[in-house]
Write a protein that binds this ligand. Structure first.
Ligand SMILES: O=c1ccn([C@H]2C[C@H](O)[C@@H](COP(=O)(O)OP(=O)(O)OP(=O)(O)O)O2)c(=O)[nH]1
Ligand SMILES: [Mg+2]
Length: 148
C-alpha cells in the first residue's frame, strides 16, 4: 500500500476528492473543478482543472485516463491519454479533454471527467552500447509475424 498525499487548492473545498467507484476499481474518478459550466464544442479541446495537487512516492506515477462512458455516449476523451502525472509534480492536476462527438458537451462542476490510475515506475538507467543482445525476432516488427 502506498500513501499519496492530496491537497485541495483554495476555493475547492466543495469539490469531491478522487474516488474509486467500486471496491476493486483501478482508477480514482476525478471531478471537474470548473467554476462555471464549460462547453466543449465538436473537435474542441479544453484543459479542465481538478482543484487538486498531489505528492506521491518517487516510485509511482499517476495516469489520467478517459472514462469509457463519456467516450461512448458523447465522444469525450482525454487527448493525451494516458496523461502522465510525474511523482515530483506539485502543480494542479489537470485533464485535457477533447470532444470527438458531433454535439457540444457541457462540463459541470463536480462532474466525473476522467480517472486516475497509479502505477509503479521501475527505476531504469539507460546505458549506451555499440552492440545489442541478439534475439529471434531481431528487427522484425509492425506485422512481421503475420496477420492471423
Ligand atoms: O494530463 C496531464 C498531463 C500532465 N499534467 C501535468 C503533470 C505532469 O507531471 C506535468 C508534465 O506532463 P508531461 O511530461 O506529460 O508534459 P510535457 O509537455 O513533457 O511538459 P513538461 O516539460 O513540463 O514535462 O503536467 C497534468 O496535470 N495532466
Ligand atoms: Mg514531460
Amino acid at each position: 500500500m502506498f500513501n499519496v498525499q492530496l491537497k485541495r487548492l483554495p476555493g475547492n473545498e466543495d469539490v469531491q476528492l478522487p474516488q474509486k467507484m467500486s471496491l476493486s476499481a483501478s482508477g480514482f474518478d476525478l471531478y471537474a473543478a470548473v467554476t462555471s459550466p464549460v462547453e466543449i464544442g465538436p473537435g474542441q479541446r479544453i484543459l479542465i482543472p481538478t482543484g487538486l495537487t498531489l505528492a506521491m512516492p518517487p516510485e509511482l506515477e499517476a495516469q489520467i485516463r478517459p472514462r469509457s462512458g463519456l467516450a461512448l455516449k458523447h465522444g469525450i476523451t482525454c487527448l493525451n491519454s494516458p496523461g502522465t502525472i510525474d511523482a515530483d509534480y506539485r502543480g494542479e492536476v489537470k485533464v485535457l479533454l477533447i470532444n470527438h462527438g458531433s454535439e457540444t458537451f457541457i462540463i459541470q462542476r463536480n462532474e466525473r471527467i476522467a480517472q486516475m490510475v497509479f502505477q509503479i515506475v521501475p527505476s531504469v538507467q539507460l546505458i549506451e552500447v555499440d552492440m545489442l543482445t541478439d534475439t529471434e525476432r531481431g528487427t522484425g516488427g509492425f506485422g512481421h509475424t503475420g496477420t492471423q
